[in-house]
Design a protein around this ligand. Structure first.
Ligand code: 2M8
Length: 428
C-alpha cells in the first residue's frame, strides 16, 4: 500500500474516533478518554491538524486532580454503560477532580502527555502560537510531573510508586503476575464487559480482573493516599517504563520552561539522583536487561519483557547498555515480528493475549525513539520500517500477533493510527 493511502487511512481513523472533545482509543472497546493513548494520538494529530493535537492535550489536562494527578481514564458521561469499570467503582476519586463536572478513574498512566505536549509544540512553526500552547499547558504538566515525584514517592527513593497494573498500561504483563498469585478478590460483585467485541482468550483472565478490582477497592478505601494503600495492599512497584518516562517528561518539561523563560522546574541534581536510582533498581545484571522492582517484596521482578527496551526512550540509559539490551532482547525474539512484549521462548508467552507477547505500535515507537537517541540509527530505522510494514499488511489493529503478524484486539485503533502517521512523517 502506498504511503499516501496508509496516511489517509490513519487520518480517517483518528477523525472517526474523535468525539469532538477528545479521541477515544476505539469506539467499540474503549469509549472514554485514556491518558497515554491521547498522548500518542496528539503526536499523530500534530502531523496534519495542529489545533486538534493541541486540543487533545488540553482535554487530558481537563481531567486533572487537585493534587496534580492526571487520571488514566476520563469518562464520557454518554457512554457509562458501555465500559467497565465506570466512575461508580472509584467513588472517592470524584471529589479529587479539580473540575467537579468531570468524572475520572482514581489512578494514572506514564506521563507521555508531557512529552507529547513538548513534541506537539515543537511542530508549530509560529513561535507565538507555540509559546501560547506551552504557556497554557505548563501548569498542568508541571503539576503532573511533581505529583508523580512527590505523592508517589516512597521513603528513601526518588522513583515513582505504581499502585495498579492499569497505571503501567501493560495490564496483564507477566511483570505483574505476582498480583495474580496473591489471589485477591473484590468485595463487590462485578460483570466484565471487555470480551463482548473481542475473544475472551485475547484478554486478561478472570483471575487478573479479580486482582484489578480488588486493588481498586483498596485504593478507594485509602482515598488514594499511597501510604495508607501500601499498608494493606500487596501491589506496589517501580515500573521501569513509568520511571523512564518520568525522567523524559521532567527533561521535556525543563525544555518547555526554558522556552517560556521560566526557571528549571526539575534541577540537574534531582535528575542525576533519579537516574542513579533507576540504574540501581532497574538494571538486572543476570538478565542483562532493565526490569521492574517489587516495592512490597523488596526485590527485582526478573522477567524479560520489552518494557526495559521501551525505557530507552527515557534517555537515561547509556549507549553501551542500550546496544547490549537491544542485542540481548532481539536474540530472545529471533524470528518473530519486532518488538514482542514477551519473548516467544518465555513460559508466560501468549501470542495473542494482550500484554503477554504481542507487538504494540506505541511500544515500537518508544523503542525506536530510544534506539535513535542512543545512536543506534540503523536499528531504529529498521524497527520503524518494520512497524509500518506490519500495519500496511494487517491494518490498524489494537496490537499484533508477533508470530503471524495478524491484527488482534479491537480494530481501527487510534494509537496505531497515530504512531503510523508520526513514523510516516519522520520518513521511516
Ligand atoms: C488497555 O487498558 C484498559 C484499562 O485501562 C482495559 O483493558 O480496559 C491497555 O492496553 C492500556 O495500555 C490502554 O491505555 C487502554 C486503552 O487503549 O487499554
Amino acid at each position: 500500500m502506498p504511503d499516501e493511502r496508509l496516511a489517509a487511512d490513519a487520518r480517517r481513523i483518528l477523525r472517526a474516533n474523535d468525539t469532538g472533545y477528545w479521541t477515544v482509543p476505539s469506539a467499540a472497546q474503549y469509549p472514554h478518554q485514556w491518558n497515554w493513548d491521547s498522548a500518542f494520538v496528539a503526536i499523530g494529530l500534530a502531523t496534519f491538524d495542529w489545533d486538534r493535537a493541541a486540543a487533545e492535550v488540553d482535554a487530558v489536562l481537563r481531567g486533572r486532580w487537585r493534587e496534580g494527578m492526571l487520571p488514566h481514564v476520563r469518562y464520557d458521561p454518554r457512554h457509562l454503560a458501555d465500559y467497565f469499570p465506570g466512575p461508580d467503582r472509584w467513588p472517592r476519586a470524584q471529589a479529587h477532580v479539580a473540575d467537579s463536572a468531570v468524572r475520572t478513574s482514581g489512578i494514572t498512566n506514564p506521563p507521555m502527555v508531557v512529552t507529547a505536549a513538548f513534541l506537539v509544540g515543537r511542530r508549530q512553526p509560529k513561535r507565538e502560537r507555540r509559546l501560547a500552547f506551552w504557556r497554557r499547558t505548563y501548569p498542568g504538566l508541571l503539576g503532573f510531573v511533581e505529583y508523580l515525584a512527590r505523592r508517589r514517592r516512597l521513603r528513601g527513593s526518588p522513583l515513582v510508586a505504581v499502585v495498579h497494573p492499569w497505571e503501567s498500561g501493560w495490564d496483564n504483563s507477566p511483570r505483574w503476575d505476582h498480583l495474580r498469585a496473591a489471589r485477591l478478590r473484590p468485595r463487590r460483585p462485578y460483570t466484565r464487559q471487555d470480551a463482548r467485541g473481542v475473544p475472551a482468550s485475547d484478554r486478561p483472565s478472570d483471575a487478573d480482573y479479580d486482582g484489578y478490582l480488588a486493588l481498586v477497592e483498596l485504593l478507594d478505601d485509602a482515598d488514594y493516599h499511597v501510604g495508607r494503600y501500601r499498608a494493606v495492599a500487596p501491589f506496589c512497584v517501580h515500573d521501569v517504563l513509568m520511571d523512564a518516562l518520568w525522567y523524559r517528561a521532567a527533561r521535556d518539561l525543563c525544555a518547555i520552561a526554558e522556552a517560556l523563560g521560566e526557571p528549571p522546574p526539575v534541577s540537574k541534581r534531582r535528575l542525576d539522583r533519579f537516574a542513579a536510582a533507576f540504574e540501581e533498581r532497574h538494571w538486572d545484571p543476570d538478565l542483562g536487561l532493565y526490569v521492574d522492582w517489587d516495592c512490597a517484596a523488596g526485590r527485582r521482578i526478573a522477567r524479560p519483557t520489552a518494557a526495559g527496551l521501551a525505557a530507552l526512550a527515557g534517555g537515561l540509559i547509556g549507549p553501551d547498555r542500550a546496544a547490549a539490551t537491544w542485542e540481548r532482547y532481539t536474540a530472545l525474539c529471533a524470528g518473530a515480528h519486532a518488538v514482542c512484549t514477551v519473548p516467544p521462548g518465555d513460559p508466560a508467552f501468549d501470542a495473542r493475549r494482550y500484554w503477554r507477547g504481542p507487538v504494540w505500535a506505541p511500544v515500537n515507537w518508544l523503542v525506536a525513539d530510544g534506539l535513535a537517541a542512543a545512536g543506534l540509527a540503523m536499528e531504529a530505522a529498521g524497527l520503524r520500517a518494520g512497524t509500518l510494514d506490519l500495519v500496511r499488511e494487517a491494518g490498524f489493529g489494537e496490537y499484533f500477533d508477533p508470530l503471524t503478524g495478524a491484527p488482534c484486539g479491537a480494530g481501527e485503533f487510534s494509537w496505531t493510527a497515530a504512531v503510523t502517521l508520526d513514523l510516516l512523517a519522520a520518513g521511516a
